[in-house]
Design a protein around this ligand. Sequence first.
Ligand SMILES: [Zn+2]
Ligand SMILES: [Zn+2]
Ligand SMILES: [Zn+2]
Length: 149
Amino acid sequence: MFSMVKHRAERPDPETILRSQGLKVTGARIAILKVLASTRIPLDPKAIREKAEIDTMDRVTVYRTLAIFAAKNIVRRVDLRKTAATYELADDHHHHIFCVKCGSIEDFAVCDVDKIAHQVLSRSSKFKTIYQHSLELFGLCNSCVRKSA
Ligand SMILES: [Zn+2]
Ligand SMILES: [Zn+2]
Ligand SMILES: [Zn+2]
């Protein structure tokens, strides 16, 4: 389930995503999915709202829509240890390395977490199954290391 996946060159269009999940197609939902499909950088609700093509979308709508999408596994919440949670499309399995100084971010798809999860479960008397995980790495990018040298 958590194997290495290459980034999809093409992402399904927003309407297809909504219909396949049995969700009503609305302007706000389309606009939010378009924003998320246009980037590989996880965005917070404020940034999503600013980039959205419709300006009639209020804050509550963005939060509510992201919650619905997260519950349907259309988007995933990425914790980059910022004040606001960030979101991205959950259309492939990958993780992030994040520069704590300048905020630059890179994806990586190498994932051994299912192996770790298996070991953890075999030693746990309390847990039976693991169905999800998140893993973000925090460090310094090349240019920030150079600047501080
Ligand atoms: Zn990502
Ligand atoms: Zn940096
Ligand atoms: Zn993983």
